[in-house]
Ligand binder design. Structure first.
Ligand code: ATP
Ligand code: MG
Length: 335
C-alpha cells in the first residue's frame, strides 16, 4: 500500500475550507492508502511561539475535527508532530540543502508574511528563522513517512515543490534514500471566505467552522456578501458574485440549479435564499457534529487515539531515520 501524509496546524478549529480542500479526500482515501495525519504543533509554534496555550488547546480541537468528519483511527494514524524528534532531526539535515533566497521566494510564505503585516503593522516584517524555514520542516514531516501522496489545498503546492527539490538533492548527494512525494489537489482546492476573500482561513476570521452551532451559522450566513446591485427582493441578480450562492454549490448540490435560475430571474429574495442555505448547511454538518459530540463525551478515547497514533508514527519515522543516518554516514554506533 502507498503512503499518504497530510495534516493541519493546531491554530484553531477546522472549517469548510479544510473540509472541501483536504478532509473529504482524506476520509475517502484512508481505505486505499496507509494514511498518516499530522497535527503540526511545531509548525503552529513557528508563528504562535508566544501562545503555547492556544496551540495545546487546538491539538485537541483538530483531533476532534478529524475524527468528526470520519477519520477512522483503525485505518489512519493520527499523531502529534512535536512528539516525533526524528522530524526535528531531519529538518536540521535538510536545512543544508535549501538556500535562504529560495525560501524567501516561496509565494505562500510571502502571502502569509503580507497577511501578518496587515494585522501587526511593520512588526510583521520581522519574520523569524523558524517561520522562514517551516517549509523545510514540512519536508521532514512528509519524507519521514515515505509519503507518496500529499492531499492538500493549493496554498500548499509551493511547499510540496520545495519538498521534492530537497528529496532530489538529498538522493543525488547521499544516494537513493527518500521518496519524492506528489501533491494531490481536489477540485475545491481553495474555498473562499465569508467576506469574499480568496481563502477561508482560521487566521482570517472569515470561516464557517465544522463545529459552529445553528446560531453562529445563522449570524454568519445572514451577514454574507451578496450581489450589491440587488436592492429589492425581486431584482434579478448575478449569483457568480454572491457568497451565498457559492456555498449553496458546496452543501446544497441537489437544488443548486434552481437557486441559480431563481436568482438570475429575480424570483428569489436574498433572505429566503440565505434561510435555505442555513438549513442545508445544518443538514450537511449534522453527522459531523454528532460524531464530534461522541468524542467530546469520551475524552479518554481521544487521548488513547493520539498516544497510540504517535507511538506508531514514531516507529515509522525511526525506520526512515536509520536509512538517513546510514547514507549520510553518521551511523557511528550500532543500536
Ligand atoms: P492558518 O491560517 O493557521 O495557516 P489554515 O486555515 O490555513 O490555518 P492549515 O492548518 O494551514 O489551515 O491548513 C490545513 C490544510 O487545509 C492544508 O492542506 C490547506 O491547504 C487546507 N486548507 C486550508 N484552508 C483552505 C481553504 N480555504 N480551501 C481549501 N483548502 C484549505
Ligand atoms: Mg495555513
Amino acid at each position: 500500500m502507498k503512503n499518504i501524509l497530510t495534516g493541519d496546524r493546531p491554530t484553531g478549529r477546522l472549517h469548510l475550507g479544510h473540509y472541501f480542500g483536504s478532509l473529504k479526500q482524506r476520509v475517502e482515501l484512508q481505505d486505499q492508502y496507509n494514511t498518516y495525519i499530522i497535527i503540526a504543533d511545531v509548525q503552529a509554534l513557528t508563528d504562535n511561539f508566544d501562545d503555547p496555550d492556544k496551540v495545546r488547546k487546538n491539538v485537541r480541537e483538530v483531533a476532534l475535527d478529524n475524527l468528526a468528519v470520519g477519520i477512522d483511527p483503525n485505518k489512519t494514524t493520527l499523531f502529534i508532530q512535536s512528539q516525533i524528534p526524528e522530524i526535528a532531526e531531519l529538518t536540521i539535515f535538510y536545512s543544508n540543502l535549501v538556500t535562504v533566497s529560495r525560501l524567501f521566494r516561496n509565494p505562500t510564505t510571502k502571502a502569509e508574511v503580507n497577511q501578518k503585516k496587515q494585522v501587526f503593522g511593520n512588526e510583521g516584517e520581522s519574520i523569524t528563522y523558524g517561520f522562514l524555514g517551516y517549509p523545510v520542516s514540512q519536508a521532514a514531516d512528509i519524507t519521514a513517512f515515505d509519503a507518496d501522496l500529499v492531499p492538500v489545498g493549493d496554498d500548499q503546492l509551493p511547499h510540496i515543490e520545495q519538498t521534492r527539490e530537497i528529496v532530489r538533492k538529498f538522493n543525488h548527494i547521499y544516494g537513493e534514500t527518500l521518496v519524492e512525494p506528489e501533491a494531490m489537489v481536489g477540485k475545491n482546492s481553495r474555498i473562499k471566505g465569508l467576506d469574499g476573500n480568496e481563502k477561508m482561513g482560521k487566521s482570517l476570521g472569515n470561516a464557517i467552522y465544522l463545529a459552529d452551532d445553528e446560531d453562529a451559522i445563522t449570524k454568519k450566513i445572514m451577514g454574507a456578501i451578496t450581489d450589491p446591485n440587488k436592492i429589492k427582493k425581486d431584482d434579478p441578480a448575478n449569483p457568480d458574485i454572491c457568497m451565498v450562492y457559492y456555498y449553496h454549490k458546496l452543501v446544497n448540490e441537489k437544488n443548486v440549479d434552481t437557486v441559480c435560475q431563481e436568482c438570475k430571474s429575480g424570483s428569489r429574495g436574498c433572505v429566503a435564499c440565505k434561510k435555505e442555505l442555513i438549513r442545508s448547511m445544518m443538514e450537511f454538518l449534522k453527522p459531523i457534529q454528532a460524531r464530534r459530540h461522541y468524542y467530546e463525551e469520551h475524552p479518554e478515547l481521544v487521548d488513547q487515539i493520539l498516544e497510540e497514533g504517535t507511538k506508531k508514527a514514531r516507529e515509522r519515522a525511526q525506520e526512515t531515520m536509520r536509512r538517513v543516518r546510514q547514507n549520510m554516514k553518521i551511523d557511528y554506533f550500532k543500536n
